[in-house]
Design a protein around this ligand. Structure first.
Ligand code: GAR
Length: 215
């Protein structure tokens, strides 16, 4: 909620498209007393009825839906989306399973203040067309033995921004895409994302020449 009380804290906006288990990991970390100086001020979904919005509402956080279906064209959607982002006055924008290509204006306005979680070890199995279950299908089809997750800053490319943190996960012989997806979430994504937000909120993440160092 955008209130006077949280006006002075580190403001985190989370963008989601689906189930929101990564959002839940952030909410759980906050409820457990972590993310001390950070406040989740708003959740934006591009899909009406996304379960992530319910998770936000249960946690008492304002959920906003900005769906492209409600606008005549991409430009109108982008400007409404950007308005909803700006209104939250975010210090950090977290793409937690947000499957929308961001307007370029937003990327330059929030340079090094937008992070994304991707379910593979970038630069493997990333880029256009690699999202959600498709990533794990590709990992299994290639016979990779190790996969994982990556949190990175967002730049103009697809999954090309500076890498902040990665965690490896072992692929098992009998994995299906669904089983592997779940293991990558449990062993990597849900751990990495709150941890990176904590580090950024504490001012411990620095980007220089496209490379990240954690202090
Ligand atoms: C997560 O696995 C996330 O890494 C992935 O979508 C899933 C969303 O799940 N994101 C991408 O593939 C982005 N390229 P969630 O809604 O349960 O957090």
């Amino acid at each position: 909620m955008l209130t006077e009380q949280n006006a002075g804290c580190f403001r985190v906006l989370v963008c989601v498209s689906g189930g929101g288990t990564n959002l839940q990991a952030i909410l759980d970390a906050k409820a457990a007393g972590r993310l001390e100086n950070a406040e989740i001020v708003r959740v934006i979904s591009n899909k009406a009825g996304a379960f992530a919005l319910e998770r936000a509402s249960k946690a008492g956080i304002e959920g906003v839906c900005v769906s492209p279906k409600d606008f005549p064209d991409r430009a109108a959607f982008h400007s409404a989306f950007l308005a909803a982002v700006d209104e939250a006055k975010p210090d950090l924008i977290v793409l937690a399973g947000f499957l929308v290509v961001l307007p370029e204006e937003m990327i330059s306005r929030y340079r090094n203040r937008i992070i994304n979680i991707h379910p593979s070890l970038i630069p493997s199995f990333c880029g256009t067309g690699y999202y959600g279950l498709k990533v794990h299908e590709a990992v299994l089809a290639r016979g990779a033995k190790i996969t994982g997750a990556t949190v990175h800053f967002v730049d103009e490319g697809t999954d090309t921004g500076p890498i902040i943190m990665q965690k490896a996960v072992v692929v098992q012989e009998k994995d299906t895409p669904e089983v592997l997806q779940r293991r990558v979430m449990e062993e990597a994504e849900w751990i990495l994302l709150p941890q990176v937000i904590e580090l950024i909120a504490a001012g411990r993440v620095k980007v220089e020449d496209g490379r990240v160092s954690v202090m």
